[in-house]
Write a protein that binds this ligand. Structure first.
Ligand code: SF4
Length: 92
């Protein structure tokens, strides 16, 4: 095999590796957003704004469910007892 052919194979190999790595990174981001126990920063902010505007929110606690709102908004599995929080994208 000529040196030029070896170099072309090598370039093609690393190009495929780059495409594969990019696909893995993309799939990982989607999986983290879908299955992470921690809500995204954007979702936490939206939940926090909803709690701040809610009359059940007193001194950092939700009077409707009794939870502390700071940790509650971080967990993907948590729900607002009054359905005042935005939906998680792709959950419905
Ligand atoms: S979780 Fe829902 S009901 Fe509780 S304080 Fe936040 S917005 Fe209000």
């Amino acid at each position: 095999m000529s040196r030029d052919t070896q170099l072309r194979y090598r370039e093609a190999f690393f190009e495929r590796q780059g495409v594969f790595a990019s696909a893995v990174r993309g799939a990982t981001r989607v999986a983290q957003a879908t299955y992470s126990p921690t809500a995204s920063v954007e979702l936490q902010e939206q939940r926090w704004l909803a709690c701040l505007a809610c009359d059940a929110h007193q001194r950092g606690q939700c009077m409707a469910c009794g939870c502390w709102t700071a940790p509650k908004i971080r967990l993907t599995s948590e729900q607002c007892p009054r359905d005042a929080w935005p939906e998680i994208a792709g959950s419905s």
